[in-house]
Design a protein around this ligand. Structure first.
Ligand code: IDP
Ligand code: MG
Length: 153
């Protein structure tokens, strides 16, 4: 099954939304494979947001991720990468569709509540960036047959 990275950004922690955001993924039927709280470094954020390094807001975005610790999660499921990405909604929260996490809980481009991996390649490299191998747990929810048909697994 696919695994993807979600980061609950400082805005989620500051606004007391941790439980709400995690509930969205649980209620969808995704399985939590790893989770921890971590205070990110500028160095690690330079890697994570490397695709933005030429943008004028690069340092500002990195600093916004270091206001307080974040919560990094690994969620697992069939096609989890695109499922989680679509649950997050568009980068600009003001354009994000109602019903998405950004659409329901945020008003900003930068302060958009969560990070989600955008492809299988980035999911793999991002999970390696934020987790040691032993921090990702291999188990099966006992109600998996209520979440998926047999031929989907
Ligand atoms: P994504 O998080 O939807 O994948 P990316 O383009 O990868 O969006 O950008 C990473 C993060 O950088 C965004 O989630 C947002 O916090 C921030 N960001 C992106 N574009 C802007 C901008 O134009 N102004 C300020 N912050 C931005
Ligand atoms: Mg991105």
């Amino acid at each position: 099954m696919e695994k993807t990275l979600v980061i609950l950004k400082p805005g989620t922690i500051q606004r007391g939304m941790i439980g709400k955001v995690i509930s969205r993924f649980e209620e969808k039927g995704l399985q939590l494979a790893g989770m921890k709280m971590v205070w990110l470094t500028d160095e690690l954020l330079s890697e994570h947001y490397g695709h933005l390094k030429e943008k004028p807001f690069f340092q500002q975005v990195k600093d916004s991720m270091r206001v307080c610790p974040v919560i990094v999660c690994c969620w697992e499921g069939v096609e989890a990468i695109q499922v989680v990405r679509s649950m997050a909604g568009t980068t600009n929260s003001r354009n994000a569709a109602p019903g998405t996490i950004r659409g329901d809980y945020s008003m900003s481009v930068q302060e958009n509540i969560i990070h989600t991996s955008d492809s299988p390649e980035t999911a793999e490299s991002e999970l390696k960036r934020f987790f040691d191998e032993k921090e990702i747990y291999d188990y099966s929810l006992k109600n998996r047959s209520s979440i998926y048909a047999e031929d989907e697994l």
